[in-house]
Design a protein around this ligand. Structure first.
Ligand SMILES: Nc1ncnc2c1ncn2[C@@H]1O[C@H](COP(=O)(O)OP(=O)(O)OP(=O)(O)O)[C@@H](O)[C@H]1O
Ligand SMILES: [Mg+2]
Length: 338
């Protein structure tokens, strides 16, 4: 039995062959700073962010789609996998997604983290390729497909054809950078200090990159920067747009860069089919329209945007045997095996 893991900056998702997606939890670890003892992982740890006592920290150990704190990621992966894998799964093969511009050092860190669970072999696949498979697109044909997988730590943009990547760009600032901008905005405008979880809830509830006709408000609660007392402010969609628009613009500009570098034959395919958006951030109000207006192309958000990469990694399990037989990997969607 083989396993697929999408080790995201925001969420960790696990797919088991013949079972489907079995786990979707926050990529967060709560640990003791002195002893390194792990108190909680996943959603339980997410709820502790900003609420831990002295000496205990709740952190996202992945940042920008790569491993920032390897020892914590290793613990998180093995604890989460133990929850969903029965003891019968002995030394599985594991396929996992990485950003397109992943370095050798970053690849090693992912392989080590996943191996901590005790696996036979680890296979890597680039996130946009996995996302395309998750959208049920046949990426092995000579036809250009453009995917932007927009998550928390990365926006991974690629043009795919013949099982490979023709042009790509990874922006290492996405959803979580927006949350940080919201924190800064509220602090500067209202002298109110809020946490990143509050900022994320606000972004999900009323965040937008094009202000909708009917504006919404969201009550953000925090601590007054001057008096130190608890306070709230009702913030509007237009204000959130102002806070996050620079991060959004950087992603849109990178999509345009990728299009400019795309060979003309593939461009014509993209002109016909449009761009597909996946990842949690694709759900941000107005993002698809903003990209469409900037590129003059059709832009579509996949209905299960946040699950495309893990479902695609699950499908890529089907390519493992072929990749094992052919060490050169050929036009297999799998990037590397360790
Ligand atoms: N409805 C929504 N509106 C706006 N943003 C959303 C919404 N749902 C999720 N997000 C954001 O999407 C991001 C998470 O997306 P996703 O699960 O694809 O990330 P990830 O795979 O963990 O991260 P990465 O691939 O960047 O390492 C978070 O920043 C989250 O706040
Ligand atoms: Mg992701």
């Amino acid at each position: 039995m083989d396993i697929a893991i999408d080790l995201g900056s925001d969420r960790t998702r696990v797919f088991i062959e013949n079972k489907g997606k079995v786990l979707d939890e926050a990529s967060v670890v709560t640990y003791d700073i002195d002893t390194g003892e792990i108190y909680a992982v996943g959603d339980e740890a997410y709820a502790m962010i900003g609420k831990t006592p002295v000496g205990v920290k709740a952190v996202h150990p992945l940042d920008g789609g790569v491993i920032a704190r390897s020892e914590l990621v290793e613990d998180m992966v093995s604890i989460l996998l133990k929850e969903v894998c029965s003891v019968k799964v002995v030394m599985p093969r594991v396929i996992t997604a990485v950003p397109c511009d992943v370095t050798e050092v970053e690849k090693r860190a992912v392989v080590n983290a996943v191996s901590s669970f005790g696996v036979r072999k680890v296979y890597l696949i680039e996130s946009p390729k996995a996302a395309a498979l998750g959208c049920s697109i046949d990426i092995t044909t000579p036809h250009g497909v453009m995917i932007a997988d927009m998550g928390s730590g990365t926006a991974d943009i690629a043009v795919l054809s013949l099982g490979g990547i023709s042009v790509s760009k990874t922006v290492r600032q996405a959803g979580s950078a927006m949350d940080e901008e919201i924190v800064k905005y509220v602090r500067k405008k209202y002298n109110l200090i809020i946490g990143t979880n509050m900022a994320e809830s606000c972004k999900k509830a009323i965040g937008c990159v094009i202000v909708p006709a009917e504006q919404k408000t969201f009550r953000v609660k925090g601590r007054d920067a001057v008096s130190g007392m608890p306070r709230f402010v009702d913030i509007t969609s237009a204000e959130i747009k102002e806070a996050i628009e620079e991060v959004a613009a950087a992603i849109v500009n990178s999509i345009k860069d990728v299009l400019e570098k795309t060979p003309p034959e593939l461009t014509s395919d993209i002109y016909t089919d449009g761009i597909i958006l996946t990842g949690g951030l694709a759900k941000l109000t107005g993002f698809a329209r903003l990209i469409s207006e900037a590129t003059k192309l059709r832009v579509r958000v996949h209905k299960n945007a946040a699950d495309c990469v893990i479902m695609g990694c699950g499908k890529a399990i089907g390519f493992i045997d072929e990749a094992d037989k052919n060490s050169a990997l050929g036009i297999s969607p799998i990037l590397a095996a360790y």
